[in-house]
Structures are given as structure tokens and as C-alpha cells.
Design a binder for this molecule. Structure first.
Ligand code: AMP
Length: 596
């Protein structure tokens, strides 16, 4: 797919402020989907992109569209449609980051559940880019608060998700309400028929780009993945892996130059000899770093793909993909840095829940399944530390003259009437205070941490936290394994409601993962839907007012609710958090089930 010739952003005709922003955020080279899409989008062509989350698709459309923005115009020039409010917010944040050097640039996320008056105020002030969920965008078009006369580009992000959530009619309606001259870019992880139909109908001579590659990996490399989300949790996971597994040397792959330095520094602070390796370093410095790894003066290199190309160091026992690679080719190249000269190698891949699809496509392309591993437990790490501690004791007892210490301690023993074991325990306690021998299990993923992470600018933000988890099967009914209850909605077939409308409304308004939305049954005048049990009262109150096909759904617990246990759900004060409690309780319930 990508024109292999493009290996640097400077080769792309992006505007100067956008180039500056890319440099500031630390991206070293365009990802394959970016190299392939950017020239077409810059050129004003329609585009059909098959790309999953994690491939860099947001920048693939945001960078060229920003390059073409006319800052002097006040009506929206770019509209991005996204299936969920979280994605809408994240895409808007990405635009903001990439437009950091464009003075006076405004992007506005609009989604259901958010105060309408604020959106109206901002829209009337003038914005260059609008990123919204279909329902709310339709509302604004109907109210005439969103003027699309000057629209030059429309992006449909995660097309297959929009289809799955029942937004496809809305998307078509919106397409019909935009100038026919606008450019359309449609991105989708898969290309189901209805999406293909939309593309055939609304895209003019689209350029098609997709990431499909077929590559194989060496059999002497054992491959594992770990589901872990967020920089801090990943750092914690690495530290545990480094302690629990016997490793000689390790190469850790991250996406940005900034991350190479930051992570190497964090590992140094935890007592490992680690160095960054990135494209900002000149050839001599890079070679010196690799030589230090060879000579055992260094154990860990934190590298970007560009900088690590061709590294051949036999003692590299582990490759750790801190950030998932953009495609299977990059994956194969990365893990090939271990298992050199016929040795065995370990490859570990960190996957955020939302990147599961990318994991599957890597498995498919390499025709190999990657086994899931668990985060090393507290007791595993403890065991290793205790073992090391005992070795140190033996070493000192065997090799040091301890007479002086012995005298002090026997004196103290008789003065205090304490046994030698008691005193030794106190000393051991003092010794291990900085690095305790007793290690607790890693804490569960916290939403607060996720939010903090989300507040970081893109580029420093390693994940898009709090996103709905992708599922392997893709079917709602099969996936839900949390306690469910049946709810009744006062809209039905007579209102022309479709199951997708219900999924879309509930996923967006209650922020419940679509995979946690269970069986939906349509009747003439009402419908029922299975949702995680224990919906908080005020969330229920909020949902009652939500409209589908212009009718309030007036949701209530159905008389025939299932009698499974209800997890306790408490709601927080902050409005923006409210709907999320249902989701996090669902997640907790799921985790509890798994643990038991
Ligand atoms: P996306 O596929 O749009 O969800 O992007 C996934 C992640 O890749 C985001 O956190 C981006 O900041 C990051 N990213 C996108 N393009 C690049 C690039 N060229 N170099 C490094 N990181 C990138």
C-alpha cells in the first residue's frame, strides 16, 4: 500500500504549521496509512481507507485537512462524524494538537448529552472543524445552527462501528445535507456491504488505501501479548516483567522520540540501565548506544522503529512492544531484533483494549497466534526479590569480614534481650524499605488515571483511555457476560425504530459499551433491551428523556427483569462522569466474574 518511498513527513506537502506541530509532538515518520492517505487527501480526492484504531488513521486525515484549512473563514470547513462521544472528543483533541501552531484555529466536538447552549454559542462564534456524533450533528443541521454551506471535507470515522450502532441512515442523511462539492474520506476497520454501498454512492472516484501485508515470523521467538492501557500501567507492567522474567537485554519499542527519552529516564530511575535510541540522534551516537548494549554496559534500549532498523545484537533476549506497531510488517521487523544467531527470543506486545483488532490483524498476517499473558503477580515479583536477597546475604556472609558488625550486634542483642533473628529482621526491613520484598498485585485500571491520561496532549497520550473495548466476536448478545437486567423503552416498531438506533442512543447517552448492550426485542409500541443490571436512578432519569426517532424513550426497568445480583453502582457528582459509572460497574462486575 504506502508508497514505500515516503519515509519522512517532510516529503509530504503538509503546511508549515502542521509540520511544526508534528515535530513538536515527536512523530518521526508517517505511519503506512498516513504515507498512503495524506497525498490523496491533500489533493482533494475522495478516499476509502481500511484501517483500524492504532494505525495512526486520525492523523492520516487530520494532518492534510488542517493543511488545507483557511483560517479566515468562519463557517466549518471540515466535519468529522464519529460513532461515539469519546471518539469525537479524542479526534477533536488530535485536531487541536496538530493545529497547535495555527493561531486562531477552532475545533468543536459536538455530541449528545452535552449542554446544547454551549455548543450553539461556540458554533455561532465560528469554528473551522466540527467533530460530532451523527445524532447531535443532525440536530444542529435541523436547527440550522450548523451551517455546512462552506464545508469542503467530510470524514466518516470508524464507518463499520457507525453501521453497527445503527447510525448509517443518519450518516447518509448528513451526507445528503452537505454540498456535493465536498471531499469525503471514509475510514473503516472492515468493509461490510452497507459501508461499501455508502462509499459507492457518495464517494467520487475514491482512492483506496488499506493495510494488508502477509509476513511470517521466526519460530524461535515466543510471542505473548498483555492487555494493558495507559502509560503508567504499561510502565508498571514493564517493571514487573523485568523483575519476574530472566532477561539479558531488551529492546522496547515506542512510537515517538519523546517517548524514547521519557521511558528510558523512568526505567533508569527504577534502577535499570536504559538508553533512548531515536532518529534525532546522529549515526555515531546511535552506533555508540548499540555498542554499549553489545558490551553489556547497557541492558535496555528504548527505540522508535526508524532508529532500531537492522539492530543485530545477540544478547537481546526480549523485545517489548510498549506501543503497538502500526502494521504486521513493523511487528515482524521489531520482534526480529530478538532470537538472533539461533538463540531463543521473547516478544511481548502491549495491547490497549481498543487495539484488539490490530492484534488480530497482526495474528492473521503473520499466520501465528499470539498467546495472552497475565501481568506478573505480586507474589511472582516477591519471589524473585526474595531469591535475590538471599543470594546477596550468602555472598556477603561468604566474602566479607563481618567481625566489626558482629560485635555491635551481639552487644545490642544482650542489651536489648532480642534474638539474632529479631535483629536481623529489623535490619532486613530497613534495607528493603525503598524496594519492598513484599509486592502487592498491580492495582486495577483506574478511570481517574484514564482521565488524567486523556487530558494529556496527543503524542504524550499513549492511549485513548476509556474507549469501548473491541470484541472478538463482534456480536452484542454473545459478548455480554456481566449481570444483566431487562429494560423497557416506550418506542417500538410503529415509530420505525431499529435495534441499531437503540444501541446508538444508549451507547452514547449512557456511555455503556455497545458490547454490554444485550438482546433487543422490538414490539409495536415498545421495545426491551438487556443492559448491565443496577442502572443508577439518575442515569435512568437522564436516559428517560433521550429521544429516538424524535420520541422520548422513557426507559424503565421491565417487570420481567432478570433476578441476577445487582452490582452496587454509585454515581459521582460531576456530570461528565455520570454515565460512565454504569460502564465501570459493568467492567468491575466482569472482572469479578473473571477472578472468581
Ligand atoms: P489512531 O490510529 O489514530 O488511533 O492513532 C494511534 C496513536 O498513534 C495515537 O496515540 C497517535 O498519537 C499515534 N500516532 C499517530 N501517528 C503517528 C506517527 N506518525 N508517529 C508516532 N505516533 C503516531
Amino acid at each position: 500500500m504506502p508508497s514505500p518511498a515516503i519515509t519522512s513527513f517532510t516529503e509530504l506537502a503538509l503546511s508549515a504549521p502542521v509540520q511544526k506541530a508534528i515535530a513538536a509532538v515527536g512523530y518521526e515518520q508517517p505511519s503506512p496509512i498516513q504515507a498512503a492517505s495524506i497525498p490523496h487527501i491533500l489533493n482533494g480526492d475522495d478516499l476509502l481507507g481500511v484501517a483500524q484504531t492504532g494505525t495512526g488513521k486520525t492523523a492520516a486525515f487530520a494532518l492534510p485537512l488542517l493543511s488545507n484549512i483557511d483560517l479566515s473563514k468562519k463557517t466549518p470547513q471540515v466535519l468529522v462524524l464519529a460513532p461515539t462521544r469519546e471518539l469525537a472528543i479524542q479526534v477533536a483533541e488530535a485536531f487541536q494538537t496538530y493545529a497547535s501552531k495555527m493561531k486562531g484555529f477552532h475545533v468543536l466536538p459536538i455530541y449528545g448529552g452535552q449542554d446544547m447552549s454551549g455548543q450553539l454559542r461556540q458554533l455561532s462564534r465560528g469554528v473551522h472543524v466540527v467533530v460530532g456524533t451523527p445524532g447531535r450533528v443532525m440536530d444542529h443541521i435541523r436547527r440550522k445552527s450548523l451551517n455546512l454551506d462552506g464545508l469542503t471535507s467530510l470524514v466518516l470515522d470508524e464507518g463499520d462501528e457507525m453501521l453497527r450502532m445503527g447510525f448509517i441512515d443518519d450518516v447518509e442523511w448528513i451526507l445528503e445535507h452537505t454540498p456535493t462539492t465536498r471531499q469525503v474520506a471514509l475510514f473503516s476497520a472492515t468493509m461490510p456491504k452497507p459501508i461499501r454501498k455508502v462509499a459507492d454512492r457518495y464517494l467520487k472516484n475514491p482512492k483506496e488505501v488499506s493495510i494488508v501485508s502477509d509476513t511470517s515470523t521466526a519460530p524461535n521467538i515466543e510471542q505473548h501479548f498483555l492487555i494493558v492501557n495507559g502509560f503508567d500501567r504499561k510502565l508498571d507492567a514493564i517493571t514487573r516483567i523485568l523483575e519476574a522474567q530472566d532477561f539479558d537485554a531488551m529492546i522496547i519499542f515506542v512510537r515517538t522520540k519523546t517517548a524514547t527519552a521519557e521511558l528510558a529516564e523512568k526505567l533508569e530511575a527504577r534502577g535499570y540501565s536504559a538508553s533512548p535510541l531515536n532518529g534525532d540522534m546522529n549515526q555515531t551516537l546511535r552506533e555508540r548506544t548499540i555498542n554499549r548494549l553489545k558490551k553489556k554496559q547497557l541492558d535496555i534500549i528504548v527505540a522508535t522503529d526508524v532508529a532500531a532498523r537492522g539492530i543485530d545484537v545477540e544478547r537481546v533476549s526480549h523485545v517489548l512492544n510498549f506501543d503497538i506497531p502500526y502494521d504486521s510488517e513493523a511487528y515482524v521487523h521489531r520482534i526480529g531484533r530478538t532470537g538472533r544467531a539461533g538463540r531463543d527470543g521473547q516478544a511481548i506486545l502491549f495491547v490497549a483494549p481498543r487495539e484488539r483488532r490490530l492484534l488480530q490483524s497482526i495474528e492473521k498476517a503473520t499466520r501465528q497466534s499470539i498467546k495472552e499473558m497475565a501481568m506478573p503477580s505480586g507474589s511472582e515479583v516477591s519471589g524473585k526479590r526474595i531469591q535475590q536477597f538471599k543470594l546477596q546475604l550468602t555472598e556477603v556472609l561468604e566474602n566479607q569480614n563481618l567481625d566489626f558488625m558482629y560485635n555491635i550486634l551481639s552487644e545490642y542483642s544482650s542489651e536489648s534481650d532480642r534474638s539474632a533473628e529479631e535483629i536481623a529482621s529489623a535490619l532486613a526491613y530497613l534495607l528493603q524499605k525503598e524496594r519492598p520484598l513484599q509486592v502487592e498485585d498491580a492495582p486495577q485500571r483506574s478511570r481517574q488515571r484514564d482521565r488524567n491520561e486523556r487530558d494529556k496532549p496527543e503524542g504524550q497520550q499513549r492511549e485513548r483511555p476509556g474507549r469501548r473495548q473491541d470484541s472478538k466476536s463482534g456480536s452484542r448478545e454473545k459478548i455480554s457476560d456481566v449481570p444483566m437486567a431487562r429494560y423497557r423503552l416506550e418506542v417500538g416498531r410503529n415509530d420505525e425504530v431499529k435495534p441499531g438506533d437503540i444501541v446508538g442512543a444508549i451507547a452514547n447517552e449512557a456511555d455503556i459499551d455497545s458490547q454490554h448492550i444485550g438482546h433487543i426485542k422490538l414490539h409495536d409500541d415498545h421495545s426491551t433491551v438487556d443492559l448491565p443490571a443496577g442502572m443508577p436512578d439518575d442515569l435512568l432519569k437522564h436516559l428517560k428523556k433521550v429521544k429516538i426517532r424524535n420520541r422520548a424513550i422513557n426507559i424503565s426497568v421491565d417487570g420481567k427483569a432478570e433476578s441476577r445480583p445487582r452490582p452496587t453502582i454509585t454515581r459521582q457528582k460531576d456530570r461528565s462522569d455520570k454515565p460512565k459509572t454504569a460502564k465501570s460497574s459493568a467492567d468491575k462486575a466482569k472482572r469479578r466474574k473473571k477472578e472468581s
